[in-house]
Design a protein around this ligand. Structure first.
Ligand code: SF4
Length: 207
């Protein structure tokens, strides 16, 4: 239905919208108008304007961490939530130190909160990382509920597993941004697989 990925023209990026190709979302002006209407909501306008300003100010100058703090400041957010993976506990404490130094109040919840055994999800021993041992499940819904209860204004995902991040985003009341996308193989740099898709990773990705 929508095929921007297959479009080589990118007319939307030039403002020349007379010649839009089939499958172009830009042809559906009713949806575009609806999206514009939604920006008039105060929270959406604040997020969108702040993101656009940070994009310009930080362009090729600020790291994602710096941009995240700039974005929070531009939005007027003081209280940040960090939903982090227990495997990145050391790195999360560095993040905490940086955020605090920059004047933010920080609430944080680890993925394993509640220590709920994976059996709760109906997993068998052989579906565990290490069969035969106690393994608590990740509890991203809990992470979101704790951040909601603490009244955070912006939540930062810091290395949650794929899918656990989806649940966190589903239940977070505050807007969510991702600082770290977990990739245990590529040092949390998922783009490594994309850059290698026609090279060393070809046989892994096109089985
Ligand atoms: S919005 Fe239209 S012009 Fe832009 S990339 Fe998608 S298909 Fe191409």
């Amino acid at each position: 239905m929508y095929s921007c990925i297959s479009c080589s023209k990118h007319y939307c990026d030039t403002g020349k919208t007379d010649n839009l190709p089939g499958g172009c979302p830009g042809l559906e002006t009713d949806v575009i108008e609806k999206s514009k209407e939604l920006y008039s909501e105060l929270e959406n306008m604040n997020l969108a304007r702040s993101a656009a300003v940070v994009e310009a100010v930080g362009y090729c100058k600020l790291t994602r961490l710096e941009e995240t703090m700039e974005f929070a400041k531009k939005c007027g957010f003081k209280k940040l939530g960090v939903a982090f993976c227990i495997g990145l506990a050391k790195e999360a404490s560095v993040l905490l130190s940086v955020l605090k130094h920059n004047g933010f109040e920080v609430e944080s919840a680890v993925c394993k909160n509640g220590s709920i055994p994976k059996e709760f999800l109906g997993l068998s021993e052989y579906e565990k990382v290490e069969p035969g041992s106690f393994e608590p499940m990740c509890n991203p819904i809990g992470q979101a509920l704790f951040m909601n209860k603490a009244g955070t204004e912006l939540n930062i995902i810091f290395g949650l597993c794929v899918g656990h991040d989806s649940l966190f985003m589903k239940y977070s009341e505050a807007p969510v941004t991702v600082l770290v996308a977990k990739d245990r193989v590529l040092a949390h740099n998922p783009m490594g697989a994309i850059y290698q898709a026609s090279g060393y990773y070809k046989s892994k990705l096109y089985k």
